[in-house]
Design a protein around this ligand. Structure first.
Ligand code: F0G
Length: 483
C-alpha cells in the first residue's frame, strides 16, 4: 500500500517534522526483573507498572506527546465551575470544525457511550456498526441492546490490499434493517479507524452510502470519531476523489453526513477528555440531562479546564496534514520492517499502531488459550515492550459462560503520536523478529482471576506450562547478560 506521503528520507525512512523538547527517563530492566514483573502482573500487560516498561505501546490513549502550543494554551485556562471561557472556546472550535450547533462535554469516550446508550438503547434494540469497540459494546449490552457488526468480509483478512477495511457492508446493512425493522434500531454507528481490526479506516464514499441507507429508513447515524485523525489522513491519501480536498474539508464532509458525533479526546485532540456534538435539539436536550448527573456541570463535563484548552489547540493541529501524518508514517515503517523479516502483521498498515497477527505468529496456540495475550506477555519478557491484547481475552463470555472467540487475535503495538524515536522502533522490530524465530517456545494462558465485565483490564492469568522459563533460558543463551 503506497500512501502519498511527503516527508520521507530515502526509500522508506519517515522524517519527524517536530523536535523533542521535553523528555522522560526510561528504564530497561534486565530480563530477570521483567520475568518477575510479568508474573506479578498476572500475565496481563495492563497490570504492569510503567516503571518496569521500556517502550509503552499499550495504547495511544491520553499519552500522545503534546505540542508547545497546547502547553501554552493550558496556562490560559479559565477555571470556573459554570460559564468558563475555556468551555466557550472549545464549543466554538467544535462548531467551526464539525459545523454542529450543540456540544456536550464528557470526561472521556466511554462516558459518551454511557450517555448515548442510556438515552437510546433499550431491551432488544439492535445497533448496526462497522465494528464494535470493547467499551461501546459493554455499554450497549448492559442496556439490553444487541450489537450487529456489518463489516466487509475482507476486514478480517489480516494481509490485504484493501485500503478501507473499516468500511461497512451496505448490503448487510439494508438486509439487517429489513429483517429487524427500523423501529428496533435507534442508530447506526460508524467507527473511524476501526480499532479492533487494526485501526482500519472507512472511506468517505462508504460513509455517504451508509447515510443514504439511513435516510431511506429514517435512521440516525452516529460517528465514533475517537480515531478520526488517522482516518482523515487515510481518506486524503488513499481515496482518489478526496486527494484535492483539505483535511478540514474532509472533516466537514464527514460531519455533515453524521447526526451525532462523539469522541475520546484522549485520542482525537491529543489531550484528555471527550464530548459529543449534534445539530438535533431534541437529542441535545435529552442527553444534556445526563451530563450533570454523571460527568459534571455543563461547562466542563468532568474535564479539567487545562485539558479543554489543550483539546482546542489539539483539534486545530489535527487539521494539519504535516502534523497528523507522523502516526501513520511510523506505523507504516514498523509494519513494513516486520513484514520484511517475515513476521505476520496486519496490512495495509492502519492507524493507532502496528498490529501483529497472533493467530499466525503463534499458530500452535488455540484461541481458547489466548494466543494474543500469550504473545503480549512473551514480548514484554524478551524486550520490555508493552503491547495490548486485542483478541479473545478482550471479549466477554456469552450467556452460558463460554468464551466468545474473537474474529481476530491481534497484539496491538500502539505508537502514541510523536513519542518514540526511530531507533526505539528498530529495537522493537529486532526483538519481535527474534521472538518470531523462537515462537514455538511460547505457550498459552488461562485465567486464575476473571472479572465479569471488561475482564481484560484487571483479569489475572497464568501460563499453562512453564513456557516462560524456557523462553527466558533461550534469551539468556542468545543474548547473555545484555538487556
Ligand atoms: N471508541 C474508540 C474507537 C476507542 O478507541 C476508545 C478508546 C473509546 C471509544 C473509549 O474512549 O478510552 O476515552 O473512554 N480506546 C482506547 C484504546 C482505550 O486503547 O484503544 P475512552
Amino acid at each position: 500500500m503506497d500512501d502519498n506521503v511527503k516527508f520521507f528520507y530515502g526509500e522508506n525512512v519517515p522524517l519527524e517534522m517536530h523536535k523533542v523538547r521535553i523528555v522522560q527517563r526510561l528504564n530497561l530492566l534486565p530480563i530477570e526483573k521483567r520475568f518477575d514483573a510479568i508474573n506479578e502482573a498476572g500475565y496481563n500487560t495492563f497490570l504492569l507498572k510503567n516503571r518496569d516498561v521500556y517502550l509503552d505501546m499499550l495504547t495511544d490513549s491520553g499519552v500522545n506527546a503534546m505540542s508547545d502550543n497546547q502547553q501554552a494554551a493550558m496556562m490560559q485556562a479559565d477555571d470556573s465551575y459554570a460559564g468558563s471561557e475555556t468551555f466557550t472556546r472549545l464549543e466554538n472550535k467544535i462548531q467551526e470544525l464539525f459545523g454542529k450547533k450543540y456540544f456536550l462535554p464528557m470526561h472521556q469516550g466511554r462516558a459518551c457511550e454511557n450517555i448515548l446508550s442510556q438515552n437510546y438503547v433499550f431491551q432488544d434494540s439492535v445497533i448496526p456498526m462497522n465494528y464494535h469497540f470493547t467499551t461501546t459494546k459493554a455499554h450497549i449490552t448492559i442496556n439490553g441492546g444487541i450489537v450487529e457488526e456489518l463489516f466487509l468480509d475482507e476486514a478480517l483478512v489480516a494481509k490485504s490490499e484493501n485500503p478501507f477495511k473499516g468500511n461497512m457492508d451496505i448490503k448487510k446493512l439494508r438486509d439487517l434493517i429489513e429483517e429487524k425493522g427500523a423501529d428496533k434500531i435507534p442508530f447506526v454507528r460508524m467507527e473511524a479507524g476501526a480499532n479492533l481490526i487494526g485501526g482500519q479506516p472507512f472511506s468517505l464514499q462508504n460513509l455517504e452510502e451508509v447515510r443514504k441507507v439511513c435516510d431511506d429508513f429514517g435512521l440516525k447515524l452516529v460517528l465514533d470519531a475517537s480515531l478520526l485523525q488517522d482516518n482523515l489522513y487515510f481518506i486524503k491519501n488513499r481515496e482518489e476523489k478526496c486527494k484535492n480536498m483539505s483535511i478540514k474539508e474532509i472533516t466537514k464532509a464527514i460531519s455533515d453526513l453524521s447526526d451525532i458525533i462523539y469522541f475520546s479526546a484522549r485520542k482525537l485532540g491529543c489531550a484528555r477528555g471527550g464530548g459529543m456534538c449534534m445539530n438535533d435539539e431534541e437529542a441535545y436536550m435529552q442527553m444534556r440531562e445526563y451530563v450533570p448527573l454523571y460527568e459534571g456541570f455543563l461547562t466542563y463535563g468532568g474535564m479539567s479546564v487545562r485539558e479543554m484548552e489543550a483539546i482546542v489547540v489539539g483539534l486545530d493541529e489535527t487539521m494539519d496534514e504535516g502534523i497528523i501524518e507522523q502516526g501513520p508514517k511510523f506505523i507504516k515503517y514498523m509494519t513494513e520492517e516486520l513484514e520484511k523479516k517475515g513476521v505476520p502483521v496486519v496490512t495495509p498498515p492502519g492507524g493507532l499502531g502496528c498490529h501483529l497477527n497472533a493467530i499466525e505468529f503463534v499458530d500452535h496456540i488455540p484461541q481458547s488459550k489466548y494466543p494474543a495475550g500469550a504473545l503480549a506477555s512473551a514480548l514484554y519478557l524478551v524486550s520490555g515492550v508493552r503491547g495490548m491484547e486485542r483478541g479473545t481475552l478482550s471479549e466477554e463470555r456469552d450467556k452460558d459462560g463460554n468464551d466468545t472467540l474473537a474474529h481476530m487475535e491481534l497484539l496491538r503495538l500502539a505508537l502514541p503520536r510523536r513519542v518514540f524515536t526511530l531507533s526505539q522502533i528498530k529495537y522493537a522490530v529486532d526483538r519481535i523478529a527474534w521472538l518470531y524465530e523462537n515462537r514455538k517456545l511460547i505457550g498459552g494462558l488461562k485465567f486464575v482471576d476473571e472479572p465479569r465485565v471488561l475482564r481484560f483490564f484487571f483479569g489475572r492469568l497464568k501460563p499453562i506450562t512453564d513456557w516462560p522459563d524456557e523462553l527466558y533460558q533461550k534469551f539468556k543463551e542468545d543474548f547473555g547478560d545484555s538487556l
